[in-house]
Write a new protein. Structure first.
Length: 184
């Protein structure tokens, strides 16, 4: 686990040097990454040893850092792996939510109301279109709101589950994205 965290810190330092065109100082890097100055110095030395970073002493107090072509290549590789992992997760999330939507479409719901801000709203909206379900978002649900009849209520992954439920029949009319995704 420490090795993974160390690699993340290395990339974070590399990216900060790369994006700040070497204007960043060790003290700034330590603050940005949330490490001690000594740990930041050790990571920079490790990056130089790996050939991912080059250092040139400008004067007694200032060192100029440049990310090497090998360092740029490493940033690109890790960015690609992160992107790949993200896409894989989106596919998993889509499949899990799709199972719920197949069920609710079969039960005769006319649409889905998404309550709360969600990073996955684009998936929910896409699946609603795919299953010919109407889609509404960020509508506060109250017992007097008749506009939600026939709609399945989906609470975003950022919404906490309700502590009390009025009955078993009502439980069938809603779900929490967080619970759907945990049950992958």
């Amino acid at each position: 686990m420490n090795n993974i965290k160390s690699l993340e810190q290395e990339i974070e330092i590399l990216e900060n040097i790369y994006h700040n065109h070497s204007k960043v100082k060790q003290r700034d890097l330590a603050r940005i990454v949330g490490l001690s100055l000594g740990m930041t110095n050790a990571i920079i030395k490790r990056l130089i040893k790996k050939g991912w970073l080059k250092a040139r002493k400008i004067n007694e107090r200032n060192i100029h850092y440049v990310v090497s072509p090998l360092g740029i290549e490493e940033i690109a590789k890790r960015s690609y792996r992160y992107f790949k992992r993200t896409i894989k997760n989106v596919v998993y999330y889509k499949e899990a939510i799709d199972k719920v939507f197949i069920s609710i479409a079969g039960e005769g719901y006319k649409g889905v109301i998404l309550i709360g801000e969600s990073d996955l709203d684009f998936i929910v909206e896409h699946l609603c279109q795919q299953h010919n379900l109407s889609f509404q978002r960020n509508i506060s649900r109250s017992s007097s709101n008749d506009g939600s009849k026939g709609f399945y209520v989906l609470y975003s992954e950022n919404k906490e589950p309700l502590l009390s439920v009025s009955g078993e029949a009502d439980k069938a009319n809603y779900a929490y994205l967080r619970e759907i995704l945990v049950n992958l």
